[in-house]
Design a protein around this ligand. Structure first.
Ligand SMILES: CC(C)(COP(=O)(O)OP(=O)(O)OC[C@H]1O[C@@H](n2cnc3c(N)ncnc32)[C@H](O)[C@@H]1OP(=O)(O)O)[C@@H](O)C(=O)NCCC(=O)NCCS
Length: 129
């Protein structure tokens, strides 16, 4: 089950303090959480900045990966927002890059040394593409 939250209970993947801090400092920030048996096992943190969305982070608990939870979170975001979506991903993060490509994201630029010496890829999913 996926829901948008502003406050969460303790869990293994996302701390309540981080959610509180991010939402306080980022007026565009939103958290989607994926719950199994009422426990958070995955989340997607995004910013809705006027007419565009930026994915800040998506993460699934290690032991729950490869079960389409990341896909479900991304699909939920896509289904509930009619905006272009951008994100940055480390060039060697194949699980994430594959996931994004599957959902229509295209590489638009390389950012040299974006992550402490490791290149980042800027990806975008355009509405209407
Ligand atoms: C990226 C992440 C969120 C994917 O979540 P997930 O629930 O395991 O992904 P899904 O099961 O929905 O997989 C969907 C697709 O993504 C790709 N994918 C996911 N994990 C993969 C892996 N280990 N290797 C290669 N491709 C992978 C595949 O294309 C997969 O489709 P398939 O299962 O039909 O082959 C998860 O690996 C994660 O939490 N990683 C650590 C955090 C992170 O790097 N986040 C991205 C920051 S930009």
């Amino acid at each position: 089950m996926i829901e948008k939250v502003e406050k969460i209970e303790n869990n293994k993947i996302l701390s309540p303090e981080i959610v509180e801090k991010e939402l306080k400092s980022n007026p565009f920030g939103n958290f989607l959480v994926y719950k199994k048996d009422n426990i958070i096992i995955g989340y997607l943190y995004y910013s809705l900045i006027y007419d565009r969305i930026e994915i800040n982070q998506i993460e699934v608990l290690k032991e729950e990966r490869r079960k389409k939870i990341g896909s479900n979170l991304l699909q939920y975001l896509i289904d509930n927002n009619k905006n272009n979506i951008t994100l940055e991903v480390k060039i060697d993060n194949y699980p994430a890059i594959n996931l994004y490509k599957k959902y229509g994201f295209k590489e638009v630029a390389i950012r040299k040394g974006y992550y402490e010496g490791i290149d980042g890829i800027l990806m975008e999913r355009k509405i209407g593409d």
